[in-house]
Write a new protein. Structure first.
Length: 107
């Protein structure tokens, strides 16, 4: 579970850095049903363990389908903000993205 949370957080930090460095919006798109995510500009799809439960809280404008949504990062460092929660049984971890600063925190 920790490894999956770190992987998502790293993807978000990569998207944030890409947005700032390349002066363009960058997204992390998460499919909670398939348990996978992508980072814009990266052709790789990152898969997460099947035994994990994943929830995504994001801006309404970033919900793409019922089980798919994005967190968007802007060149100025801000983002749409949101939270990804990973759980297995009673254990939970959260990845928070601050909308104002785009800061990614693993809780």
């Amino acid at each position: 579970m920790k490894s999956a949370a770190r992987q998502i957080a790293a993807g978000m930090r990569k998207a944030r850095s890409t947005a700032a460095a390349e002066h363009r919006e960058s997204t992390v798109t998460l499919d909670v049903e398939k348990r996978e995510f992508t980072v814009s500009g990266d052709s790789k799809t990152y898969r997460l363990p099947a035994q994990l439960n994943i929830t995504l809280f994001t801006a309404q404008s970033e919900i793409l389908q019922e089980k798919t949504g994005s967190i968007r990062f802007y060149p100025d460092g801000s983002s749409t903000g949101g939270r990804v929660t990973i759980s297995a049984g009673e254990s939970k971890l959260a990845i928070d993205v601050d909308w104002l600063t785009g800061r990614v925190r693993l809780l």
